[in-house]
Design a protein around this ligand. Structure first.
Ligand code: 6MZ
Length: 352
């Protein structure tokens, strides 16, 4: 499956702090260990573990946030994550992150996001187009440096209050000119109530921000129905959907971000051969293969495509069409979608 790596790909479900290189996390943890802020050997074991329950994943995020949440590090990890995606031929990336406030180091949600933007600007390995005011490159020449379009989604963590969620939405509205296109609701699915986030999400939708929700990552039938009734522009996971949830999802034609390794490792789905990818794919329902947290789950987008190919018997041409179909599910402007179609069209002779 060596053809998967060079194939142009679109990533729509990637959390910044879940997509950090292990080497960077270990390097940062070592420095904090030397300062006596944490015990490096404990952290090393946690970072290098590969098998994690959903509860362990959220404990790991608390640890990662402790290691990464200062302006300089946020800038660094943003730059590295974009370079890593671009180097495996991701041509369009929607990167999501939770704006964080930490008064003790003078960090506000806004300054956190400014550090992210600084990271976008700091990429030197590849060309990055992240805001619609930038001149669009003709990216289909097939020669020269790699180029990646990046758009940002601001995440609301399920631990947040309505006010805090609203602050994030207002920040997203103010940052539209630097590539922010939408809002994501994520965080530990066992925490928080849908009614807490609804006012902020409705406000976002009313102001034309795109919305994607982590939906059905755990068993919660009422919340799944309420989320679908909200008609988000996309959902992530959909692991615990039942009959009427699938009916609603399909009748509303809501695209699903599929994160195979994440679902299997966290045991949200017990085995890949019963993953809902198969049914949705056969039903021609819009779906997008994504990584979720390539650092936490030790994967890559190419690896996720390989998993889909080997588990569900997709051929080369079908895989390419699936990758291309993700264009329609992006939250990008029409001009960008047009550029992406050109990129895929110029690569298509390799995949027929
Ligand atoms: C739900 C997840 C997640 O925002 O700090 N996050 N939320 N389900 C998942 N499946 C495993 N993976 C990541 O990135 C880390 C944050 O993204 C959310 C969690 O809120 C986590 O703290 P940022 O960049």
């Amino acid at each position: 499956m060596e053809w998967i790596h060079p194939m142009p790909k679109i990533e729509l479900h990637a959390h910044l702090n879940g997509s950090i290189r292990d080497s960077t996390l270990l390097e940062l943890a070592r420095v904090l260990g030397e300062k006596g802020i944490l015990v490096f050997s404990d952290v090393e074991d946690v970072i290098q573990k590969n098998d994690r329950s959903l509860a362990e994943v959220f404990k790991l995020f608390d640890l990662i946030h402790m290691i990464t949440t200062d302006h300089q590090t946020v800038t660094r990890i943003t730059r590295e994550v974009i370079e890593d995606f671009a180097l495996e031929n991701v041509v369009y990336l929607e990167l999501r992150t939770t704006p964080k406030r930490n008064d003790s180091i003078g960090m506000s949600k806004r300054s956190y996001m400014e550090a992210v933007i600084k990271g976008l600007r700091a990429v030197t390995e590849v060309d990055v187009e992240f805001c619609n005011s930038q001149k669009l490159h003709n990216s289909c020449d097939g020669v020269g440096r790699k180029k990646i379009y990046v758009r940002l989604l601001l995440s609301i963590d399920r631990r947040e209050t309505t006010e805090s969620a609203m602050e994030t939405v207002k920040l997203a509205l103010e940052m539209r000119n630097v590539g922010v296109v939408g809002i994501d609701l994520s965080g530990n699915p066992l925490v928080g109530e849908w009614s807490t986030f609804l006012p902020a999400l409705q406000f976002a939708k009313d102001n034309d921000l795109y919305i994607t929700l982590h939906c059905g990552e755990v068993h919660n039938p009422k919340e799944i129905q309420a989320m679908l009734d909200f008609k988000p522009h996309r959902v992530g996971h959909a692991c615990f959907f039942k009959g009427q949830d699938w009916e609603k999802l399909k009748s509303f034609q809501i695209p699903v971000e599929i994160c195979l390794s994440s679902n299997i490792i966290t045991k949200s789905i017990s085995s890949i051969d019963i993953h809902h990818f198969d049914d949705l794919y056969k039903a021609k329902h819009p779906l997008i293969i994504c990584t979720d947290d390539f650092g936490v789950f030790s994967t890559s987008l190419s690896n996720e495509y390989s998993l889909a190919v080997s588990s569900f018997g997709l051929g080369k041409r079908e895989t390419f069409s699936l990758a291309k179909s993700a264009i329609d599910a992006t939250f990008a402007e029409d001009e960008v979608k047009q550029q992406l179609r050109l990129i895929f069209d110029s690569a298509s002779p390799e995949y027929v």
